[in-house]
Design a protein around this ligand. Structure first.
Ligand code: UDP
Ligand code: MG
Length: 304
């Protein structure tokens, strides 16, 4: 079965030719027929010239170039859209997803009959403490809001054609590739790999870019924050109830109820009502968000 190797490329002029040659060498040695689909995500350096040279010197290299930097998530989707094969492999261009693992991933797919072989980071290489901390925090928040356990997950994935077809019919604009793969389902097996170090040492993701990605991943996978006002309305309602009890108690004991105490009660009541209204709007908005995302009602895995 032929393998499409999808690789997003952003400002990789220094290493890309060497890296693609290395992946090509290993796949060829392992007897895996393959075509590269390289997506230049609007690089500002000479990556495109390097991709052009690659496509001239190798006949299994295809490439597309974005008009500007649209982000890795979109680049992966564009790569998947641009080529038709039976098997798809997504990997980074910096050899941090070790090409020597591909043979094992293919064998695991064959052996288990799985539709997705999911690269899971067993070690994260020499990432900076800041990146590790940010990643950990992000996956915690993501799991809390969305229930998605993507800890140590990666974009290094081998997928059958039907998985790609399912991803292709997801019409949403805000995309987080890993959660899309999680959402579509199918048979999945994990494949542990140790991340190699990047040879030039610097990630193409700035902290700002990572934060935007994290925010996007959370917002596009859950409506829960929209229900927050309802929770707060409940808390405010409890406050109102407690104030009311307090006032009744004082009245029963023939103690004076001060203006401030009345004010507290009315403040809690008003706040609860306002939050309730906002929360109701949020509940409708959450449904509208689901509707506009327009994800398919169901996805079929097999037919008899
Ligand atoms: N990348 C991309 N667009 C971007 C940032 C990165 O296509 O805006 C590509 C990059 O060229 C590489 C992959 O995404 O092939 C992973 O990037 P990087 O290695 O810098 O990220 P990290 O390893 O730190 O997650
Ligand atoms: Mg990397």
């Amino acid at each position: 079965m032929a393998l499409a190797v999808i690789i997003p490329v952003y400002n990789e002029e220094k290493g890309i030719e060497r890296h693609i040659a290395e992946i090509d060498r290993i796949l060829t040695a392992d007897g895996i027929g393959h075509t590269f689909m390289l997506v230049d995500d609007g690089s500002r350096d000479n990556s495109w010239a390097a991709l052009r040279r690659l496509s001239q010197s190798m006949d299994n290299v295809r490439a597309i170039r974005f008009a500007r930097n649209f982000g890795k998530e979109v680049a992966i989707c564009a790569g998947l859209d641009a080529i038709d094969e039976d098997l798809y492999l997504v990997m980074d261009s910096d050899l941090q997803h070790p090409p020597r693992c591909i043979k094992g991933m293919m064998a695991l797919m064959e052996r288990t009959g799985a539709d997705i072989v999911d690269g899971v980071k067993e070690s994260r290489g020499t990432e900076t403490a800041k990146t590790k901390l940010l990643a950990k925090g992000f996956y915690k928040v993501l799991a809390m809001f969305t229930g998605l356990e993507l800890d140590n997950s990666s974009d290094f994935k081998l997928m059958r054609r039907k998985v790609i077809d399912a991803i292709r019919v997801m019409p949403e604009r805000n995309r987080f590739f890993r959660s899309l793969v999680d959402y579509v389902g199918f048979e999945r097996v994990p494949f542990g790999f140790a991340t190699d170090d990047r040879d030039d040492g610097t990630s193409r993701f700035s902290t700002k870019k990572l934060l935007i990605l994290a925010f996007n991943a959370i917002l596009s996978n859950t409506n829960k924050p929209l229900y927050l006002p309802l929770v707060l309305a409940g808390l405010s309602g409890l406050g109102a109830f407690a104030s009311l009890l307090f006032i009744i108690l004082r009245a029963c004991l023939a103690l004076t109820v001060t203006g401030t105490q009345w004010l507290m009660l009315s403040l809690f009541v008003c706040t609860a009502l306002i939050l309730l209204s906002v929360g109701i709007t949020g509940a409708y908005l959450a449904r509208m968000y689901d509707e506009v995302k327009g994800r398919p009602l169901y996805l079929i895995s097999e037919r008899l």
